[in-house]
Design a protein around this ligand. Structure first.
Ligand code: XMP
Ligand code: MG
Length: 180
């Protein structure tokens, strides 16, 4: 367990999930996915930037044949009829008839992942599953369906292992929480 605090800009963060615990949990998630998709060739779609480290480590532990794509999600855009919607940017692989697994860093309010789900479902995949490293159940603003969850955490701001504070802090092997 790292004991060091880290400082990013004006904020201090303390160790929260050690690197080894993250890797052990990812091994378990990968085993589950390997079983669930034993006879399939899923299209794994990582959401940039936050999921890069999780996606890379998860993919290394998948033994099933799979394709990989990375997409971005736009900032919230206002539309008069539907309210705020985030759009998927940069998806060039067709999802039609594919078994799609979305890889996300964190599900907080659930709004982002539900926008992603809605748009991917419009492309008529054979199946759609969500794998998120972190989930804050107490922060949810709408119900979500998550098939693979690394850690359920309390409703506190976390950084590291892909997650950032103001663009910084993504490149750590452990996850840190804002110090109070
Ligand atoms: P929603 O609320 O739509 O948010 O589920 C998902 C996106 O919000 C970001 N997010 C965080 N980023 N520490 C971060 O570094 C956090 O604790 C945190 N909570 C939400 C993240 O980009 C995620 O994709
Ligand atoms: Mg993100």
């Amino acid at each position: 367990m790292p004991t060091e605090k880290i400082t990013i800009k004006d904020k201090s963060f303390v160790p929260f999930i050690p690197a080894e615990a993250i890797q052990n949990r990812i091994t378990q998630l990968a085993q589950q996915i390997n079983e669930d998709y034993a006879d399939k060739q899923p299209l794994v779609i990582g959401i940039l930037n936050g999921s890069v480290l999780f996606a890379a480590d998860l993919l290394k532990k998948l033994t099933i044949p799979c394709e990989i794509a990375f997409v971005r999600v736009s900032s919230y855009q206002q539309t008069s009829s539907t309210g705020a919607v985030k759009q998927i940017l940069g998806l060039t692989e067709p999802v039609k008839h594919r078994d799609v697994i979305v890889v996300e860093d964190i599900v907080d309010t659930g709004l982002t992942i539900n926008d992603i789900r809605k748009q991917l479902l419009a492309g008529e995949p054979a199946s759609l599953a969500i794998a998120t490293l972190l989930h804050k159940p107490d922060a949810l603003k709408q119900p979500v369906e998550l098939q693979y969850v690394g850690f359920e955490i309390e409703n506190k701001f976390v950084v590291g292992y892909g997650l950032d504070y103001d663009g910084l802090g993504r490149n750590t092997a452990a996850i840190y929480v804002l110090s109070e």
